[in-house]
Design a binder for this molecule. Sequence first.
Ligand code: FAD
Ligand code: NAP
Length: 324
Amino acid sequence: MTIHKTRMLIIGSGPAGLSAAIYAARAGMEPIVVQGLQPGGQLTITTDVENYPGFRDVIQGPWLMQEMQAQAEHVGTRMMWDTITSVDLKSGPPFVAKGDSGDEYHGDTLCIATGAQAKWLGVEGEQAFSGKGVSACATCDGFFYRGKKVVVIGGGNTAVEEALYLTNHSDDVTLIHRRDSLRAEKILQDRLHKSDKISVLWNKTVEEFCGEDGKGLTHLRLKDTETGEESRFDTEGAFVAIGHAPATELFAGQLPLDPSGYIEVAPGTPKTEIPGVFACGDVMDHTYRQAVTAAGTGCMAALDAERFLGTLEVARDEMAGADA
Ligand code: FAD
Ligand code: NAP
């Protein structure tokens, strides 16, 4: 077992973790990034990215993340091929995290950037057509379906917001929900029902995403939850919006989480309840969930961590002085 010590330990290698690393490394904090099971994060499972600033032409998500990692390493970040399996936030600093490899990581500050994952239906065709007609992010991918007939699956705030957003690109949006009422807030429901571009299909579940290789998604196989009757629904774009799951199991009981499981931070900052522990990116943000916002809060976490280290080092110097 090896103990890796750093002034800033970063868990997660998506845009939030890598941006935190770039700032921390440039501030001389010699950060360690533990990459987890998805090095580069969620953008590595998408193709075209058109809304990350700095690139006039469409770029590829995996390429963007490789570049971010290369930049982080170039300025002095140590990348670790490991997954954190437990953390001790109560007795730090240093905060101790244990890796799947058996190694331990000790950070004078800790940056949690473990992200969130969209929930999927888990039905046939969903994975096969992911990125080829099936998406979990209308803000990210809606533009690629402009002028096309699209559907959104779900009945919560996210689904209704995604449907409303998609009307910017399409005049033919259908919300498909498994019950006969929405759980979305009334104000959103009112906007949905007012839109002449959105129809709702009630009491339907998606049983299969269907299409052809090379052509992408062409239609859905639906089932009526009341009659059991099956039907075909033609569409070229399906947005699954049944919620997100933040990766916060490791921190439950040690940090306050909101009712949806996201880490709670002081408003407008990445500061958690524990001084020296910061959370950035999708793991603390159920509203925006974009690469650029994740990168922004990663930057904020590194800047706040640097300030925290300043106070920690002053306190340590004072204690050393008192002991002498
Ligand atoms: P993530 O990218 O989720 O990264 C989390 C990281 O934490 C991963 O590296 C993972 O391995 C690591 N991790 C988790 N648990 C552990 C652990 N226990 N130990 C160590 N590491 C751990 N946004 C845009 O702005 N534009 C787009 O075009 C766009 N397209 C998208 C397309 C798809 C299909 C998806 C799913 C998302 C898209 N997004 C897009 C959203 C964007 O990807 C996220 O907002 C962003 O990646 C969040 O960054 P993050 O760093 O917070 O977390
Ligand atoms: P959510 O509120 O949990 O809603 C998920 C929706 O997906 C529900 O309608 C649910 O159906 C449906 N669903 C779940 N699993 C399904 C499955 N396997 N098959 C078919 N449908 C399925 O999730 P969310 O909409 O992402 O919202 C999460 C949280 O973020 C909520 O607290 C929400 O208020 C908040 N949020 C707020 C805003 C805002 O304030 N503007 C925006 C987005 C999200 P049932 O209704 O039948 O359970």
